[in-house]
Design a protein. Structure first.
Length: 656
């Protein structure tokens, strides 16, 4: 127990030194970073950023849905997030008759705002270190199963205690640093969230997958929602009687904009990073996992796009699915390239050699070799696991047969039939028979071709059910238990390796890996040089949109209204997007980007392609987050949405 408490002390005390602007910091501990933030330009105190005793910036930030961030910009519950975060809800409200994806949607009064069943937002009430309470009763003689049982029991007790007051309180106990530290997060969840506005996709997704993860960027990636509450301002199920939520804090909007060198910080919910992993895992990601998944998804995207290009109805049906498949597909390409460019595997191996020299004679001796052996055992099984998810388990006919909920409104059988042949063939050719269900092997021989098998499956529900059952049975009962057992052994080893890394490199500031809890990342506005003789400036403008405009290409066909506005003159310098060095990842989509005074200057929505390896290794020369300039949001609301009444409830400032 003393060793565990000591390790937590090390985690909190090892604050300097990091690569420039790297890190995702816990808000409750921001006082330990505030000096560095202020030295770089921040004009706020730690209490302004996080407090449980007074309204602060955390009270204007929400976890939006299951994996994005949003921010409050009015005293009437008005919320901004990304267009791609609200995309599935916009799509559900769309039809050929009312194509809100294509044409946009603007509620011109509150009674026109659209409810979204199942959509929630969560405000962080408080967070606290509960390591001692979670490990209360732990004895060194306990085995790992006993330790985990104790942790689950203590964590559940803490969760129930935190939620007992009701009123939408939700709590979770999260392991940080691979279980060396535990934090309790208490949220208040609101369940009535309505769509207020969204630009047409030709603005909100301008550039499509061609521009995704790229710079220069000109995407108006925002949507607007409103949180509703009961008359007591507490969470309530949807009701016409609900009223707009009054937040403890909403963000002022800066009209001053940004320039190169300005201090910025991102307050959001990053999803997942793995900054401290072993070289064997990095090698698997860059040389096996990413390349193979990229190849599979290339096929899936080509099949969907072929049909989407031929039919507006199919485009509406599959737009959200296509975007979901394409987003990771392109990210993995940049990640693979970045890892190799930085020689991350070799750098990790060098660190491991130095670590083992230091660890000789200590409890950490040989730990990097143990991890290498565990990965050698895991990787073949994990590769098969990934193939199941990317191929056969992506076939919608089989997912429906297995009982997964599917909306018939968003299903187009001709796509799925082609997908069946392509994905089943890829699965069969890529995996050894030892990773396939016996039923699959038998039927493959019986039918002779994937086309014949497809015809049988799509004509006979019993055949579809049998195939789906055999795939899911092997996946859940054979493959997944092996993966989980090996991954659990790896994570347990990382718990010790994490402590060892911190003891070995005591001068380094170790921030916990992202886990979709609220974090702060800070940096400054800065361009970058992706290759020789090229420098990207950090701000894009409306002029760049007009330069890309092409009515013949769906992703670059802007609304005629925007062309007309530009033709009137005077809008060349209208800002659209900007770059900064803030360390972000998935989940940070929709996060507020704030200036030195805590005023909203933008909304984070992406990273540059050359820096997508930042989930694993951060490179200050290439890692840039891409944000939508809030002034472009205001421009679109006013000029395209003709919804200026929304601006009347916002608060503005001209401070830099």
């Amino acid at each position: 127990m003393k060793k565990l408490i000591l390790s937590v002390a090390l985690l909190l005390s090892a604050l300097p030194f990091l690569k420039a602007d790297e890190g995702m910091w816990l808000p409750s501990l921001i006082s330990q970073r505030i000096g560095d933030m202020q030295a770089k330009g921040l004009r706020l105190s730690a209490e302004d950023i996080y407090s449980v005793n007074q309204a602060c910036l955390k009270d204007a930030v929400v976890l939006f849905g299951g994996g994005c961030t949003g921010e409050l910009v009015s005293d009437r519950g008005l919320l901004l997030t990304n267009h791609h975060c609200g995309y599935s809800y916009i799509q559900k409200h769309s039809s050929v008759e009312h194509d809100y994806l294509k044409d946009g949607f603007w509620a011109l009064s509150q009674d026109q705002e659209l409810p979204n069943p199942g959509l929630t937002v969560r405000f962080l009430e408080k967070m606290e270190d509960v390591t001692a309470l979670v490990l209360k009763g732990y004895k060194s003689k306990m085995n790992e199963d006993q330790r985990q049982a104790l942790i689950r029991k203590n964590a559940e007790k803490l969760r129930k205690e935190a939620e007992k007051a009701g009123n939408g309180l939700r709590a979770s106990v999260e392991a940080l640093y691979y279980g060396n530290q535990y934090f309790l997060f208490v949220f208040r969840e609101y369940r009535d969230v309505r769509l207020v506005g969204a630009p047409p996709s030709s603005i909100g997704k301008f550039g499509g997958e061609t521009d995704n993860w790229m710079w220069p960027r000109h995407t108006g990636d925002f949507s607007i929602f409103r949180i509703y509450a009961g008359k007591d301002n507490m969470p309530a199920d949807y009701s016409p009687e609900n009223i707009p939520y009054t937040p403890k804090k909403s963000l002022r909007i800066s009209l001053a904009g940004v320039k190169e060198g300005d201090f910025t910080f991102v307050y959001g919910c990053p999803g997942s990073t793995r900054e401290y992993i072993h070289s064997a895992e990095v090698d698997y990601i860059a040389n096996v996992s990413d390349p193979e998944k990229i190849g599979i998804r290339t096929t899936r995207l080509q099949l969907m796009k072929k049909h989407m290009d031929m039919s507006q109805a199919v485009r509406i049906q599959y737009s959200s699915k296509y975007a979901g498949v394409a987003n990771a597909w392109k990210k993995w390409q940049g990640e693979e390239k970045g890892i190799k460019k930085m020689k991350t595997v070799a750098a990790k191996q060098d660190f491991e050699k130095r670590f083992e020299q230091w660890a000789a004679g200590s409890e950490y001796k040989g730990i990097t070799d143990r991890l290498a052996a565990l990965y050698a055992a895991r990787n073949p099984v994990f590769r098969a696991y990934e193939y199941y998810n990317e191929t056969v388990r992506s076939i919608e006919k089989l997912r429906m047969a297995a009982g997964y909920p599917m909306d018939p409104k968003d299903y187009y059988e001709p796509i799925d039939k082609e997908m069946f042949v392509a994905m089943m063939d890829c699965f069969d050719k890529s995996l050894d028979d030892s990773f396939k269900p016996a039923y699959f092997i038998q039927k493959r021989k019986e039918y002779g071709s994937m086309e014949a098998w497809r015809d049988a499956v799509f004509a006979d529900e019993a055949e579809a059910n049998e195939l789906a059952f055999s795939i899911d049975s092997f996946y859940f009962n054979v493959l997944r238990p092996q993966v989980f057992e090996l991954e659990n052994s790896i994570d347990l080893t990382y718990r010790d390796y994490m402590r060892g890394q911190m003891a070995f490199d005591a001068s380094k500031a170790f921030y916990p890996d992202a886990n979709l809890t609220l974090r702060i990342a800070y940096g400054h506005v800065e361009g970058y040089s992706p290759s020789d003789a090229i420098y990207y400036r950090p701000v894009s403008t409306l002029k760049g949109i007009i330069e890309k405009d092409n009515p013949a290409i769906f992703d670059y066909n802007i609304p005629q209204t925007l062309r007309d506005i530009y033709a009137e003159g005077g809008h060349d310098d209208q800002p659209v997007c900007f770059l900064a060095t803030n360390h972000t990842t998935g989940g940070n989509s929709g996060s507020p980007v704030l200036n030195a005074d805590g005023d909203l200057v933008g909304i984070n929505f992406d990273r540059v392609w050359e820096g997508t390896m930042s989930d694993i290794v951060f490179d200050p020369d290439f890692c840039r987050n891409i944000s939508l300039d809030v002034r472009y949001i205001l421009f679109i609301i006013r000029e395209i949405g003709h919804a200026s009444y929304l601006l009347d409830e916002m608060h503005f400032t001209s401070s830099k």
